[in-house]
Design a protein around this ligand. Structure first.
Ligand code: HEM
Length: 209
């Protein structure tokens, strides 16, 4: 049963990673010069909203986030129980990193960020239909120092969570042959750095515009 739970955790996590890559790529449009960024970002978001395929992917993504949180809690509770039962055999605190032991905490920090983020954009666009100038909405938000700090700081738990989560997901899915261990670990850390730095740089560049 734990294998099933970990597989759901891995698959939903990897789907969210694919969303993150697409989301980061799209948000890099914000780095273009001011007026070009406005035109491109607004055109991109209008194109997304009018595409039914993207709407389906968005709903799959919401479900993945919900299941990822639920199964992360279930797997952590189960791991903690068996760690207490077999403490002497396991001793995981001696040979695993701080990140790997605090994935749930990091996940909750990210969830907190996502809730704030949804209130900032998703709620205004999807519920209040304030969708005329999304670029201006992002621009105004990142000129508020509190949100600038929140968005830049969020990159830390995101980077840490990804650096362990991606390699752990591959391991769960059985793609962790000893020949590839080093490469998968390197790929995970590189992916985490690119994603974390990417999401941190955008608000800073927009703030200083
Ligand atoms: C520079 C940082 C970011 C910017 C400017 C940004 C911008 C946006 C905008 C404008 C939307 C609403 C799009 C729409 O409904 O048309 C959105 C949605 C969303 N963002 Fe972000 N985002 C950023 C970082 C992140 C991060 C780090 C995460 C995850 C950890 C994230 C997760 C989401 C999710 C899950 C949605 C909902 C997607 C959907 O409804 O399809 N975003 N973002």
């Amino acid at each position: 049963m734990i294998i099933f739970k970990k597989t759901i955790l891995a698959l939903t996590g990897l789907f969210i990673c694919i969303f993150l890559v697409a989301h980061l790529g799209a948000n890099f449009l914000l780095l273009l010069p001011h007026e070009t960024a406005r035109t491109c970002y607004n055109a991109y978001s209008a194109a997304l909203r009018s595409n039914p395929f993207i709407t389906i992917i968005a709903y799959i993504n919401y479900l993945c986030i919900i299941f990822h949180v639920i199964y992360a809690i279930l797997v952590t509770v189960k791991n903690n129980k068996s760690r207490n039962e077999h403490y002497e055999m396991n001793r995981s605190s001696e040979n695993s990193s701080w990140t790997s032991q605090n994935m749930l905490l990091l996940g909750f920090l990210i969830l907190g960020f996502i809730i704030i983020h949804m209130a900032n954009f998703w709620y205004k666009v999807k519920i209040l239909h304030q969708e005329d100038d999304l670029y201006q909405m992002v621009f105004d938000l990142f000129h508020e120092p509190l949100y600038l700090i929140i968005y830049v700081a969020a990159a830390i738990p995101i980077g840490l969570h990804l650096s362990h989560g991606v390699q752990s997901a591959f391991k769960t899915l059985g793609l962790y042959h000893h020949k590839y261990i080093r490469w998968i670990a390197k790929f995970s850390v590189m992916f985490a750095w690119i994603t974390g730095l990417g999401f941190a740089i955008i608000p800073i560049v927009v703030y200083f515009r």
